[in-house]
Design a protein around this ligand. Structure first.
Ligand SMILES: [Cu+2]
Length: 554
């Protein structure tokens, strides 16, 4: 039996999705999800649009209000919307199979919840690979009090468009993880010493293996616009401008900068931090940063360069309408280092300067497959092709390719919560391994692929405070996202000023640790936010029980 083809695949004409978004607000909001056609940067194809645009509309809310959002599914398949970073009853968190059954074709699902926070967030489908096709949009919650720190307020939503169907990308990644990587070094190229090339070759890995999906199929977008579209952010000289930078991409880490214009970071993942001035920052999929800039008169390029340097999103921050800033040239591709292989403390971690005196490549290869030190609950099997022998905390690492630039780059260790957190010591410690097999494109937590039916959830007691150490046994950076909660990065800021986040990058071969108070009862998704990693199984359910009795609460 063959499944009926969706309308867009039957060749029925689809309306063109609008590039960029309108705005919806108030106590009653209606969103409709439909198949469309989309074109940008010389690439065109099928897209899933919400209210007819890619990205979908900006949902603008106010702290303290209630909201009712009707989501109507006009697709031929199930859909959903997850409100990314919002504190809400878990039944409205929007993850099919975890928090609700999903929205069937032709149906309308009503989300209804109070708005308990403010800041910069976003929303997206949590069904299949729909997010890659355009099913996402920004979500801004204004604070209850007016904010005098800036004169203008803009959203900078970063994403990608591909003319390929997301399921085709998933299939190609399974066939060969290097499919989209055009920047692979061959054994004869580059200035890498022979011993080092042998080592990488021996591990069947490649130091240029930064991103799974690249600019070879992606056009990088800012608010739905390609780099040639001339997107403008206008300002008057002397004004302070708040930029709400959201990484709503499926797979891309971006390095964000405005050459010549310093940026003061005031919030991370929607939560306020003590202001810190930088010239560039890396933002992973699912993270948000709010910055304030005071640009001098003129036109400045706002650049979001893909971490693997296979392309960039570009806009002009300008005081002259119609003037386009010249973006800086794309920088040279970067390569992985010893630290990215979990060789943390072992010798010259500087770029290209690996010291092989201590260990031959055969020996190194062996130690990267030594599973004897893994905790007992990590499943050893084909889903795990590497173990980090000496994983180190790299909270002070600015991100791949940014450790060697001659300007100030944000590090997680720069983030300090603006308001003090209540001081509570964790009563339990957990270690979770991020595991994978790059060749087979298998991704998991603790070697166990997610399946909502059979898996044993991660259990937190209601109001329990837990210290969670994530150990990355792979050579890719994973942005790990917990639904329904904010955790505190253990970044040296001191117990009461650890920054609150909903997503943390765990660098390749490294660890990252957070403290979480499990005060939001229910079932919550916990996963890598790289879409094809989550889809391949790097996901778990976090269960917070029991539900507090009426009147009790956080
Ligand atoms: Cu991942």
């Amino acid at each position: 039996m063959s499944l009926p083809l969706p309308a867009w695949a039957r060749g029925e004409s689809l309306t063109h999705a609008k590039q960029g978004f309108g705005e919806v607000s108030g106590e009653k909001i209606a969103l409709s999800v439909g198949d469309h056609h989309f074109a940008v940067g010389g690439r065109k194809g099928h897209a899933i649009a919400v209210n007819g645009s890619v990205p979908g509309p900006l949902v603008r809310l106010k702290e303290g209000q209630n909201v009712r959002i009707d989501v109507t599914n006009n697709l031929d398949e199930d859909t959903s919307i997850h409100w990314h970073g919002l504190l809400l009853p878990f039944q409205f968190d929007g993850v099919p199979g975890v928090s609700f059954p999903g929205i069937k074709p032709g149906e309308t699902f009503t989300y209804e919840f109070p708005i308990r926070q403010n800041g910069t967030y976003w929303w997206h489908s949590h069904s299949g690979l729909q997010e890659q096709a355009g099913h996402y949009g920004p979500l801004i919650i204004e604070s209850a009090e007016p904010d005098p720190r800036y004169d203008r307020d803009y959203v900078v939503l970063l994403s990608e468009f591909t003319p390929r169907h997301p399921h085709e990308i998933a299939r190609l990644l399974k066939v060969g993880e290097h499919y989209f990587n055009n920047q692979m070094q061959t054994a004869t190229e580059g200035d890498m010493p022979v011993s080092e090339r042998l080592m990488w070759g021996g591990m069947r890995m490649n130091p240029r293996d930064i991103s799974d999906v690249t600019g070879s199929t992606y056009t990088f977008l800012m608010n739905g616009h390609g780099p040639m579209d001339g997107l403008e952010y206008l300002f008057a000289p002397g004004e302070k401008v708040r930029l709400r930078v959201i990484n709503g991409s499926a797979m891309t880490f971006f390095n964000v900068r405005i050459p010549g214009v310093p940026m003061t970071v005031i919030a991370a993942d929607g939560m306020e931090v003590a202001p810190v001035e930088v010239d560039e920052f890396q933002i992973a999929t699912a993270e948000t940063y709010d910055v304030i800039v005071a640009p001098p008169a003129g036109s400045h390029a706002l650049v979001a360069e893909a971490m693997d340097r296979s392309g960039m999103g570009v806009a002009s921050l300008t005081s002259h309408k119609g003037h386009r800033a010249t973006p800086p040239p794309q920088r040279e591709p970067v390569t992985l280092t010893m630290a990215d292989m979990g060789m943390g403390s072992m010798a010259g971690m500087d770029h290209g300067g690996m010291d092989h005196g201590a260990m031959g490549h055969g020996e190194m290869d062996h130690s990267m497959r030594d599973t004897s030190k893994l905790p007992a609950d990590v499943k050893v099997g084909p889903g795990l092709d590497m173990v980090s022998p000496m994983p180190m905390d790299r909270m002070d690492y600015p991100g791949l390719g940014l450790d060697n630039v001659d300007h100030r780059v944000l590090r997680y260790t720069d983030l300090k919560a603006k308001r003090m957190n209540p001081h509570r010591m964790p009563t339990r410690q957990m270690e979770i391994h991020l595991t994978g097999n790059m060749e087979r494109y298998m991704w998991s937590f603790d070697g166990k692929k997610f399946s909502a039916v059979t898996d044993d959830p991660i259990r937190f007691a209601y109001d329990e405070r837990v210290r969670v150490k994530l150990v990355n046994d792979t050579m890719m950076a994973h942005p790990i996202h917990l639904h329904g909660h904010f955790f505190e990065l253990v970044n040296g800021a001191g117990m009461m000023n650890q920054p609150l986040k909903h997503t943390v990058i765990v660098q390749p071969g490294s660890t990252a640790t957070f403290d979480v108070t499990a005060n939001e009862p229910g079932d919550w998704a916990f996963h890598c936010h790289l879409l094809y990693h989550m889809h391949a199984g790097m996901m778990q359910t976090v269960t917070v029980r029991p539900f507090p009795a009426a009147g009790e609460g956080a």
